[in-house]
Design a protein around this ligand. Structure first.
Ligand SMILES: [Zn+2]
Length: 162
């Protein structure tokens, strides 16, 4: 005898309830996995602090040599330097001690400025490498560091240069 519609519906409800339990469990497992990955990244950044930074290994952002005459520091019409010094690609590859973050907020004016990848990686390899940075809202450079004027735009509240 074929099953009644009531019985078929009851079976479907049981299967849906079971699927919901699996989904809840999967969500929990994904959340736990996320916490472990966050911890792994933090441990990796911490371990990299043991690798000393060689600040003498410098290039400009495009990998070209830093000019002997320091002509790269001349300001363009928008207030930016003609070029910026970064740690060399090899030095950056030795290990980050902070996450790579591309954007920061100027605390004073609220403008978000996004920098090139090589500058962002230089901050990540050596957070105290720079004494100041550029705000595209103000069109000028201001200090970074604990007493500086910039905060990473990642919700961490962490000051740029710390
Ligand atoms: Zn500004």
């Amino acid at each position: 005898m074929p099953e009644s519609p009531e019985s078929l519906r009851a079976s479907a409800a049981r299967l849906n309830a079971e699927a919901n339990r699996y989904e809840d469990h999967a969500r929990k497992l994904r959340s736990d996995a996320g916490l472990l990955l966050t911890a792994a990244t933090a441990a990796e950044l911490k371990a990299n602090e043991a690798i000393p930074v060689d600040r003498s290994r410098q290039t400009l952002t495009d990998g070209s040599p830093v000019p002997d005459d320091r002509s790269h520091v001349e300001l363009k019409d928008n207030g930016q330097q003609r070029g910026y010094v970064v740690l060399s690609e090899e030095e950056r590859a030795r290990g980050f001690v902070r996450p790579v973050r591309r954007s920061y907020v100027h605390d004073r004016c609220g403008t978000v400025t996004t920098m090139s990848q090589s500058i962002a990686e230089t901050y990540s390899r050596c957070p105290t490498f720079y004494s100041g940075t550029y705000c595209c809202g103000c069109g000028r450079h201001f200090p970074v560091g604990e007493d500086g004027e910039f905060t990473w735009d990642d919700g961490s509240g962490e000051k740029v240069g710390t």
